[in-house]
Design a protein around this ligand. Structure first.
Ligand SMILES: Cc1ncc(COP(=O)(O)O)c(C=O)c1O
Length: 391
């Protein structure tokens, strides 16, 4: 990786040490340029006319997203965020009373709240599969539950918002397929740092956001829908883009993943996300993952050597999401003080991953999430600053 070029492409690195990539990464220049150029054209020539002008670029979004996860172009829908993508699928599944949803203890709050709402509405049963001592979902425990009746959905988070765990998405996929369960994977934190291949994961649905590890603009994301599901799953909501009004009493739903989209969208953002994915494809996701793990390891080792700091991450393999706490100063306070020194981190709060945080008795943790464009030097400055704050 040409780090010099990558950082020159990321002017934000001159202003801040950015360890909030799990919140929103710094965009690279080509993304910023694409979005502002598109917006300027809307400003100068009109929104619909600009969409016509950028027709090819906007179509490329689908092939770029498909290439990133080894899907087919018609299996991709552009969405405004990962939650909209996830909800579009989840609320379309025809759950009945007694249907079981299998999930893990690191599930993201928005997903779990939807499970609870479906429980209240129709009486689904939510089972949290046991995890291994290292924190990942236990495949043997998952198989035991899959063998029982009425499993409708396996829905897990690949990488949680609050730590380094990487759930074994492929093993889960093999099991879900073996027992004929629908498999929905929340890849919100993994897309952009980890190589995703839907053929290996064998999920029917996968949800992604643009602003995190993909380095796209805010308000963007995408949904992957396996071709088989496109034939069977009817979206819970439709409009004149997802379906065509054929006659007074009839309509026809389109047969690609765009059936989950709405007609109106932030097209500057869509173009920006496409450019962000292209940027990543050019860089190579395999080398991104190697570098993220390398830097995160240095970060964890450095933190571990600071007296009074407890690194909280578990996981056989660990992602770029590093979490820790101080016994003396609150995470919120440390975050604020670091921000004053132009170091960006964030705070993982209990209610965003409630089950896991309660099990580990953690109320808040400081999150320093690494991306490939970060450096060893930044980690050193960060740790020195942290040590001076703790004095
Ligand atoms: C694991 C996980 N899933 C889903 C989401 C929601 O993503 P979005 O804010 O794009 O809807 C997040 C956001 O932090 C997340 O960390």
């Amino acid at each position: 990786m040409d780090l010099y070029k990558l950082r020159a492409d990321t002017p934000g690195t001159k202003n801040v040490i950015h360890f909030n990539n799990a919140g929103a990464s710094l965009m690279p220049a080509p993304v910023y340029k694409a979005v502002t150029k598109y917006l300027r054209d809307e400003y100068m020539f009109g929104g619909y006319e600009t969409a016509d002008k950028y027709n090819n670029e906007l179509s490329e979004f689908y092939s770029n997203a498909a290439m990133l996860i080894h899907a087919k172009t018609d299996e991709i829908a552009f969405m405004e965020n990962a939650t909209s993508a996830w909800d579009a699928v989840f609320y379309s599944i025809p759950f009945r009373k007694g249907d079981r949803i299998l999930t893990s203890n690191i599930e993201y709050a928005s997903n779990f709240i939807a499970f609870l709402q479906m429980k209240k509405r129709v009486g689904v049963i939510v089972n949290i599969i046991e995890s291994l001592p290292t924190g990942e979902i236990d495949p043997a425990a998952l198989e035991t539950e899959l063998k029982k009746e009425n499993v409708k959905l396996v829905s897990i988070t690949h990488m949680p918002t609050n730590g380094g765990i990487v759930n074994p998405a492929e093993e889960v996929g093999k099991l879900a397929e073996k027992y004929n369960a629908i498999y929905l994977l929340d890849a919100c934190q993994s897309a952009g740092q980890y190589p995703l291949d839907v053929n290996k994961i064998r999920c029917q649905f996968l949800t992604v956001t643009g602003r995190k590890y993909l380095r796209g603009p805010r308000g963007t994301g995408f949904l992957y829908v396996n071709q088989q599901q496109l034939k069977t799953l009817e979206p819970f909501t439709l409009d004149l883009h997802s379906a065509e009004w054929k006659q007074k009493e009839s309509y026809e739903i389109r047969n690609d993943a765009k059936r989950f989209e709405k007609w109106e969208a932030g097209l500057a953002g869509k173009y920006g996300l496409s450019v962000a994915i292209q940027y990543l494809l050019d860089l190579g996701i395999e080398s991104v993952w190697v570098r993220v793990q390398y830097l995160a390891k240095i970060m964890r080792n450095t933190l571990q050597s600071i007296p009074g700091i407890e690194v909280l991450d578990r996981g056989k393999i660990k992602s770029g999401i590093v979490t820790f706490r101080s016994g003396r100063i609150s995470a919120e306070k440390i975050k604020k003080r670091l921000r004053e020194k132009a170091i960006n981190t964030s705070v993982a709060v209990r209610c965003h991953t409630l089950i896991d945080m309660e099990e580990r008795q953690i109320d808040t943790a400081l999150r320093a999430s690494i991306h490939y464009y970060n450096t060893e030097e930044e980690i050193e400055i960060f740790s020195k600053t942290l040590m001076s704050l703790l004095k």
